[in-house]
Design a protein around this ligand. Structure first.
Ligand code: ATP
Ligand code: MG
Length: 439
C-alpha cells in the first residue's frame, strides 16, 4: 500500500521513539479501493502531549478526543491517540474518552468494518480485526459489532452509513439497515450542522439517490427531509413521466452536475411543491410553492445564505417554457426574471437533469437554440453599449482636441471597458476626466 510521504514520515518518527503508529480509517479504505484519500489520518499509542513534543508545527485541534494536527510541508495530518470510548449518554459524544495502548481497542470503537482498518507502512501490515477487507471486496457496509448497539451510542452513524453507501457505491448489509430504522430516536439528537455536512458529502456522490433511498428506508428522510418523502407515490402524467414525484426528484439529482452543489440541491428539491399543489394530474404553482418550501428546508439544515439564494432561485424558475416564437424582448425579460446571465448555465443544467429523469419524448435542442439567441443578444448589446455612454465622439474630440478618426472609437471603447467594470463611472463629468487620461 502506498502511503503519502508526510504520513509515512510521522509514523517513522513516532515508531523510532518507541510508539506504535499507523494510518487508519477512511484513508486505508479509500487506498484499498483504488481511490485517492481526501486526507490521511494517523493513530498512535503516543499521548497528545508526546506527539506535540516530536514535531515542529502541531495544532491542538481536538485535545479532548486525543487529536492533534501535525503540519508538514506536504500537508496536514490528524494524529489521534488510541482510544476506547465509554458510554454515550447524549447519543453523540462519548462521556469518557479513555486512552489505551491497544490498537485493537481503538479499531473496535470505529463505526463500519471498512473504516476499522489500520496499516503500518514500516512493517507492511494491515490490521483487519473485523473483516473489513472482505466487506470492501463485496462492497458492503456493516457495523463493527451489533448495529443497534453501535447506532444507539451515536446517532450520526446511520447518516454516515447512508452517505458512505452513496459515495462508495456500496450496499448496506440488511441487519445494519434494519438497525437504522430502530434507532431513529438517537438520530434525532444529531446537530443539524452535522446533518448538513453529511448531506453535502452525499450530494457529491456519483449517485446521491443510493444514499437518499437508504435514508428513506431507515426513516432518516422522514426525520430530516420530510418534504422529499411526501413525494412517494405521487403519480404524474404518464406521457411525460415514468416515476413518482419522489423518484423523479432523486433521479434528477443524480443527473445534475456532480460538482455543482446548488444545481444538485435544486434538482433534488425542484418538485417538492408538487404534493401540496396536486389537483388530479396537474400541479399548478408547484415551482413557487416548492421554492418557498426549499428555502425553509435549507435554512433548517443550516445551508449558507448564498447556497439558499442560488438554489431557491433555480427552483422558482425551473418551469420556463421557451418557444422559437419568443421576441428578443421576451428573451431579455427571461434573462431579467432569472436574475441575469450568470444564472443561465445552472438553470439549463437543472432543466437537462429534470428532462433526464423523465420520458425522453422531446429532447433539449430548444435549450441550445435559446443559448444561441442569448449569446447573440449579449454580443449585440456589448457592441452597442458605446452608445449608452454618457459621452460621445464629439466630447472625445473636443476634450482631446483631435479630429475625427480611429482614435475616437478607441477612446470610447476604453471608456466602455471601465464602465462595464464599474457602472458608477458612467457620469458625464467622470467620463470627461477619464478621457483626459487617454492622451
Ligand atoms: P471521509 O471520506 O468522508 O473522510 P471517513 O470515514 O474518513 O470518510 P472521517 O470523519 O474522516 O470519515 O473519520 C475518520 C475515521 O474515524 C472513520 O473512517 C472511522 O474509522 C472513524 N469515525 C468517524 N466518525 C465516526 C463515528 N461517528 N463513530 C465511529 N467511528 C467514526
Ligand atoms: Mg476521512
Amino acid at each position: 500500500m502506498q502511503v503519502k510521504a508526510g504520513a509515512a514520515a510521522i509514523i517513522r518518527e513516532l515508531q523510532s521513539r518507541g510508539f506504535q503508529a499507523l494510518v487508519v480509517g477512511g484513508c486505508v479504505r479509500d487506498t484499498l479501493l483504488g481511490r485517492t484519500p481526501a486526507e490521511w489520518d494517523l493513530t498512535t499509542s503516543a499521548r497528545p502531549a508526546e506527539v506535540k513534543k516530536l514535531f515542529k508545527k502541531v495544532v491542538p485541534t481536538g485535545l479532548k478526543y486525543g487529536t492533534v494536527t501535525v503540519i508538514l510541508d506536504d500537508g496536514q495530518y490528524e494524529v489521534t491517540t488510541f482510544r476506547s470510548d465509554e458510554r454515550y449518554v447524549d447519543g453523540r459524544h462519548p462521556d469518557n474518552v479513555r486512552f489505551t495502548d491497544d490498537i485493537h481497542q481503538d479499531l473496535a470503537r470505529r463505526d463500519f468494518t471498512v473504516n476499522a482498518l489500520a496499516y503500518d507502512p514500516q512493517s507492511d501490515t494491515l490490521i483487519d480485526d473485523h473483516g473489513g477487507r472482505k466487506d470492501l471486496a463485496s462492497r458492503l457496509l456493516r457495523t463493527v459489532g451489533d448495529p443497534v448497539a453501535r447506532f444507539s451510542e451515536d446517532g450520526l452513524r446511520p447518516l454516515r452509513g447512508c452517505r458512505l453507501a452513496a459515495t462508495l457505491g456500496f450496499r448496506l448489509e440488511a441487519p445494519t439497515l434494519a438497525a437504522m430504522a430502530k434507532t431513529g430516536r438517537v438520530a434525532k439528537k444529531v446537530a443539524l450542522e452535522r446533518v448538513h455536512d453529511e448531506l453535502v458529502k452525499l450530494l457529491a456522490a456519483e449517485k446521491p439517490s443510493v444514499g437518499l433511498e437508504y435514508m428513506r428506508q431507515a426513516g432518516l428522510l422522514a426525520l430530516f427531509l420530510p418534504e422529499l418523502s411526501q413525494g412517494v407515490g405521487i403519480k404524474q402524467p404518464p406521457e411525460y413521466h415514468q416515476y413518482d414525484v419522489y423518484w423523479h426528484n432523486l433521479y434528477a439529482c443524480d443527473a445534475a452536475p456532480r460538482d455543482q452543489l446548488t444545481v444538485r440541491l435544486a434538482a433534488l428539491l425542484h418538485d417538492i411543491g408538487k404534493p401540496a399543489c396536486q389537483h388530479g394530474m396537474t400541479f399548478y404553482d408547484h415551482d413557487q410553492t416548492g421554492a418557498k418550501m426549499a428555502a425553509k428546508l435549507l435554512r433548517r439544515l443550516k445551508f449558507s445564505n448564498a447556497d439558499i439564494e442560488a438554489t431557491v432561485n433555480l427552483i422558482a424558475n425551473h418551469m420556463f417554457d421557451y418557444r422559437s416564437g419568443w421576441s428578443d424582448a421576451a428573451v431579455r425579460r427571461f434573462l431579467r426574471r432569472i436574475g441575469g446571465l450568470d444564472n443561465v448555465a445552472p438553470l439549463f443544467a437543472l432543466r437537462r437533469a429534470d428532462t433526464a429523469a423523465m420520458r425522453h419524448t422531446h429532447g433539449t435542442d430548444y435549450l441550445t437554440e435559446l443559448q444561441q439567441r442569448i449569446d447573440r443578444i449579449v454580443a449585440a448589446e456589448n457592441a452597442l453599449q458605446v452608445s449608452a455612454l454618457k459621452v460621445d465622439g464629439r466630447d472625445v474630440m473636443k476634450t482631446l482636441k483631435i479630429k475625427p478618426g480611429p482614435q475616437v472609437g478607441q477612446v470610447l471603447h476604453a471608456l466602455l471597458e471601465q464602465v462595464l467594470d464599474d457602472p458608477k463611472l458612467n457620469e458625464k463629468t467622470t467620463l470627461l476626466k477619464l478621457i483626459k487620461k487617454h492622451v
